[in-house]
Design a protein around this ligand. Sequence first.
Ligand code: SF4
Length: 253
Amino acid sequence: MTELVHPRTSINEDLCYQINSIVDPKEILFNLFKRFEERAAIVTSGQLSGMVLIHLAHENNLPFRVCTLDTLRIFSETYDFFEQVEARYDIQIERIKPDPEEVDQMVSKHGEHLFFDGKDKQNYCCEIRKVRPMQRLLDTLDVWFSGLRRDQSEHRGLTPKSELVNHAGRSVLKVNPLAHWTEEQVWQFVSQYDVPVNPLLKPDKHGAYFESLGCVICTTRILPGEPKRAGRWRWQNAAASDNNKECGLHFAI
Ligand code: SF4
């Protein structure tokens, strides 16, 4: 594998430029894990793109860090799936959890299912269970690998291969090595290399499937033809055209 990132490169526009010029996602992973070691991590909910990144990083024969946000409300299938992934790739996936005191305070004041009360309460729940844990994770990172792809929603249509995000007054390089891949390419890859797939992503007998892996209740299956983010918080923003449902993780932090 070719080293394309200079060993003394810091987090700046030049680094973005270098990364954007590398076509092969495996080479991007190689270069950044080699340069930033444990200050770089793949952050994934276990979706297909994240699994492709894990597979490619594993092929580089370099140590690599994988993290997931465990909101304490994810599906049992997903917990089981992560154990399967750990065994397959001989890795330890870091479960980043919310602050128990913050969760207790929120639940005792508003109830476990506060997200039914409206967008503000849903945002508050996502803030406590996802966004703040992500910020604590970012305290430990210079490079954040994400599996975002442009074809996942209209909102994600301009996803760059890499960008600088501000975190606590400094820049973190957010890298989306598969930004330009299509869903078809991802499925082809996992099939060709026998990459583990969370069973929730596979269609049931009605053809319905999970397009994204989130929390129980807030994430539901979608039917073919529905917008890809339609399965999120179905009781809100119910307009069929809504394809713009995000939890705050992928906004500027
Ligand atoms: S997806 Fe639902 S349960 Fe999960 S953090 Fe957001 S509002 Fe809370």
